[in-house]
Design a protein around this ligand. Structure first.
Ligand SMILES: [Fe+2]
Length: 306
């Protein structure tokens, strides 16, 4: 579903597999983020409902290089020849084919490299049609994370730096243990802004930025006091994400699949004493109890919106 947040600039709310994205409707449209690769047909459909054809796109701006934000980049660039802008660190990941730092390899996610043509830095101002957005560098969740602030209308495009009721996953094995502190500093940066409405990377738009920041800061504090919380949060989020990326697993096959990924064993080694099966069963049972994962025709699926 799309809503017009500034003249001809539309916010499109997606789900968990595909990040929310934006489109500026004009003869040469601009996109902010492009969803997950498997969600591209839906992305194209949603854009066409706003009379935007992907072959006309002139520029894609990404908030960071995670797979749920850049999934449409390759194909849209192929069909339109559009430019793609990233923070300088994200540009470095893409130009050096570093699919570890983008998390794609670590989490076994599907994504395709593309050609990054423009570098963004903290303090830059980008024009999307007549609308100006300040680029704010907010590392923590992602080392190339940026958010966009429209000062005149007090709008913040917060991507995965700030959600309303939850916090994006922290992957310390890729980002390093100091990432929690970077996240805290990034939230502090946002606190100083006068914001009327926040458009997050996942979930509905919201108005009370400071309440969301307080919650996120509390979460970080809990993470620093109790490392197991980081592991539990990561396992839960990535298990759901994995079931959204792929379907058709039986319970046994799913566990064997997870054991072959980089992230699963490493996370349990790091936070839970290498108790792979025990931890897997504990997490899956909690999902079954909450009806978030169900079994149909012997296969696992999640009710979480993609
Ligand atoms: Fe992300």
């Amino acid at each position: 579903m799309a809503s017009e947040i500034l003249e001809d600039l539309f916010f499109i709310e997606r789900g968990y597999l595909n990040a929310n994205h934006f489109v500026y409707r004009s003869k040469s449209p601009t996109l902010i983020d492009t969803g997950y690769i498997a969600g591209l047909d839906e992305t194209i459909k949603l854009l066409s409902q706003l009379d935007v054809n992907i072959s006309d796109v002139s520029l894609i701006i990404n908030t960071h290089t995670h797979c749920d934000h850049i999934g449409g980049n390759y194909r849209i660039q192929k069909e339109s020849g559009c430019g793609i802008a990233l923070h300088k660190i994200g540009r470095h990941f893409i130009t050096t084919n570093d699919d570890w730092s983008t998390w794609w390899k670590y989490y076994n996610q599907d994504a395709k490299f593309f050609n990054c043509t423009k570098t963004l830095e903290d303090g830059d101002v980008i024009a999307i049609g007549p609308h100006e957005f300040e680029v704010i560098y907010t590392p923590g969740h992602a080392s190339d994370g940026i958010v966009f602030y429209n000062r005149s209308e007090k709008l913040l495009i917060s991507s995965d730096t700030l959600w309303e009721n939850d916090m994006a996953v922290m992957t310390l094995r890729v980002e390093g243990s100091a990432a929690l502190f970077r996240m805290k500093d990034s939230l502090k940066k946002l606190e100083s802004l006068d914001v009327k409405k926040v458009y997050p990377g996942h979930g509905r738009p919201f108005t009370d930025m400071n309440k969301a920041i307080t919650k996120a800061k509390k979460r970080i504090e809990n993470f620093t006091l109790n490392r197991e919380m980081i592991g539990n949060d990561l396992l839960k989020k990535i298990i759901i994400y994995t079931l959204l990326m792929n379907s058709g697993w039986t319970h046994t096959h799913f566990f064997s699949y997870l054991m072959e990924t980089y992230w699963f064993k490493e996370t349990i080694n790091l936070y839970f004493n290498s108790e792979y099966e025990l931890k897997y069963n504990e997490i899956m049972d909690s999902f079954f109890k909450r009806n978030m994962i169900k079994i149909k025709n012997n296969c696992l699926f999640t009710i979480v919106k993609p």
